[in-house]
Design a protein around this ligand. Structure first.
Ligand SMILES: *Cc1c(COP(=O)(O)O)cnc(C)c1O
Length: 221
């Protein structure tokens, strides 16, 4: 099936409140343009350099989401245009994003990545550390970032029960963080769910799904 058909099938099943991030990492601009021409405007990449190259080549009404792990020394390359950074997992990184956003006189929206998987390989913060971060004095000073919600990646497994409990855990972290009041924090996004598990993620409260292979086909690394 074509990229356009894949997108239409997924979109037709999504509740209105759920945003589809088309994860286009490793895919050529032609493929992204096919999605763009089918109406897709939100794209997710996991490497900053690749996202910059695609940003430069593609129409400027695209919202670019950085969904991968972010190296601090590369934030400057995307600060001008990135629309949402999903993988923020430290105050140090937030400070750098704030600094680079300030240079461009803008506010960059971010999600805190919470560790929900049991595997060691996944990045992310413990929920109590996220809580402490958002309550800290250092955080309040960062006026060029806005925390819009949380992101999580479930364990890579076929065990639906385990994935479901990890998604529910992320939703409960999100609900808990809602009590925090700060003018650079406005929680409305729960980013969870990928090609293999997004219907389950939506059932568990996700309102932003990151789908790659179900749209663009399998990736060859
Ligand atoms: C690659 C990736 C996805 C999309 O994965 P698919 O299984 O292809 O849908 C989602 N989230 C993150 C963080 C990714 O790196």
């Amino acid at each position: 099936m074509s990229i356009k058909e894949n997108l239409q099938i997924i979109q037709s099943k999504l509740p209105n409140n759920v945003t589809l991030v088309a994860v286009s990492k490793t895919k050529p601009v032609e493929d992204l343009m096919e999605a763009y021409n089918a109406g897709q405007r939100v794209f997710g990449e996991n490497k900053i350099q690749e996202m910059v190259t695609k940003y430069e080549e593609m129409p400027k009404d695209i919202q670019w989401h950085m969904i991968g792990h972010v190296q601090r020394n590369k934030v400057k390359y995307m600060a001008e245009f990135v629309s949402l950074i999903h993988g923020v997992d430290s105050l140090k990184l937030l400070k750098e994003i704030n600094k680079q956003a300030k240079k461009h006189e803008r506010v960059i929206d971010c999600l805190l990545q919470i560790k929900i998987a049991q595997e060691d390989s996944k990045f992310g913060m413990q929920s109590n550390d996220a809580n402490d971060l958002l309550k800290s004095e250092d955080f309040k000073e960062l006026q060029n970032i806005c925390i819009k919600g949380v992101m999580g990646m479930a364990t890579f497994t076929d065990d639906k029960k385990q994935i479901e409990s990890e998604f529910k855990y992320l939703k409960s972290c999100y609900d808990e963080l809602q009590s925090i009041i700060a003018n650079n924090c406005n929680l409305e996004i729960i980013s969870m769910g990928m090609s293999g598990d997004y219907p389950l993620a939506i059932d568990c409260g996700s309102n932003m799904i990151r789908v790659g292979s179900s749209i663009f086909g399998a990736r060859n690394y």
